[in-house]
Design a protein around this ligand. Sequence first.
Ligand SMILES: *[C@@H]1O[C@H](CO)[C@@H](O)[C@H](O)[C@H]1NC(C)=O
Ligand SMILES: *[C@@H]1O[C@H](CO)[C@@H](O)[C@H](O)[C@H]1NC(C)=O
Ligand SMILES: *[C@@H]1O[C@H](CO)[C@@H](O)[C@H](O)[C@H]1NC(C)=O
Ligand SMILES: *[C@@H]1O[C@H](CO)[C@@H](O)[C@H](O)[C@H]1NC(C)=O
Length: 394
Amino acid sequence: MHSLFWLLSLWTLCLFWPRLQGKLIRIPIQFQASFVASRRQYRASRSSLLVKYNVAGGQDITSRTSGATETLDNRLNLEYAGPISIGTPGQPFNMLFDTGSANLWVPSAECSAKNLACQHHHRYNSSASSTYVPDGRRFAIAYGTGSLSGRLAQDTVSIAQLVVRNQTFGIATHEPGSTFVDTNFAGIVGLGFRAIAEQRIKPLFENMCEQHLVDECMFSFYLKRNGSERMGGELLFGGVDKTKFSGSLTYVPLTYARYWQFQLDGIELGGTIINKNRQAIADTGTALLAAPPREYLIINSLLGGLPTSDKEHLLNCSEIDKLPEIVFIIGGQRFGLQPRDYVRTVTNDDGSTICLSGFTLIEAEFWILGDVFIGRYYTAFDVGHTRIGFAPAA
Ligand SMILES: *[C@@H]1O[C@H](CO)[C@@H](O)[C@H](O)[C@H]1NC(C)=O
Ligand SMILES: *[C@@H]1O[C@H](CO)[C@@H](O)[C@H](O)[C@H]1NC(C)=O
Ligand SMILES: *[C@@H]1O[C@H](CO)[C@@H](O)[C@H](O)[C@H]1NC(C)=O
Ligand SMILES: *[C@@H]1O[C@H](CO)[C@@H](O)[C@H](O)[C@H]1NC(C)=O
């Protein structure tokens, strides 16, 4: 009788265990302790962003490489990264989870000893994985200082308890310049849609949903904006964590399922309407806020920023708290950022501390809302319903 009871319990457990496990998958996101907020880094992240969206910004790298050598230093000094493992047995990698791109890539064990970016990180060794399947195709992704290139592979990718089978990804044998040398991540997990993926490779989350590894085909980001904390936040697959935001999420449909692009009803600065009916892209792979030319000019002039030859705007550090709030109106709701959020306090080339406007220029018809925004607003990336939701982060 007893053994039957236990057998039944065990059977019930086996039935429901995978579902319980599959409910919400939490990925701890680390905040990079060694993050350097320097003016150089700020410029580098602007260049990276422009290359990523394939637009010039008044100071794109090609036009600047002639005179200034420093722009070749195009490091991606991002603050947030989290763990995944690839292959059987699993090979661990710290990754940047980037909603502004759609490919997954890691450094390859076959990269040359001279390639510093590759040597500085964990490398994927296909010979050491029993689940590796060769693909045969080559791949390349353009970055500011050149192309990241290598070949494609297929293997099992594990993220916390989620095991995604047959994932195609890039293994890089060449990483350009200094871009990835001292990043806290080895590679990138693109969380954008297949339409923007190189060679239209099926993105990780698409496989995850097709393989029914999550109850709901969505993921959410909670990024803490406090550099002193080791735990930088959480990426959640399969749903949202209501304890991490206040009120309810305001959802808006995606205008295009390529990037995480949606309608901005309006932008206001200190009560002045700057523009209406714009598009915006939520991008966890950048720290910046990028504005189209018109808004960029109006906002920086209203902030009293002193323009520099580099298209930066200097602000007086002792007057930051007097600056107005910027409000993005999304789905009829107001999402504000305080000056402490949008002003970048950085170390200048001479070692002094300066304050720069966080509104940078992008020669495009859309805004880019990076970690500055997502850090303030818990963001739900709902793949299944092609919509995005925001709520004030706890
Ligand atoms: C890759 O793994 C194989 C099998 O474990 C091993 O023999 C080889 O040395 C590894 N290669 C590198 C570059 O680590
Ligand atoms: C992965 O690919 C193998 C071989 O093509 C196939 O047998 C298996 O069903 C696939 N698994 C999933 C989860 O798609
Ligand atoms: C950051 O975190 C530390 C310790 O957790 C806390 O003392 C500090 O007040 C926080 N700073 C901000 C700006 O939230
Ligand atoms: C910055 O603001 C402070 C306090 O309002 C003022 O004393 C100082 O002169 C300003 N600095 C510059 C460079 O304008």
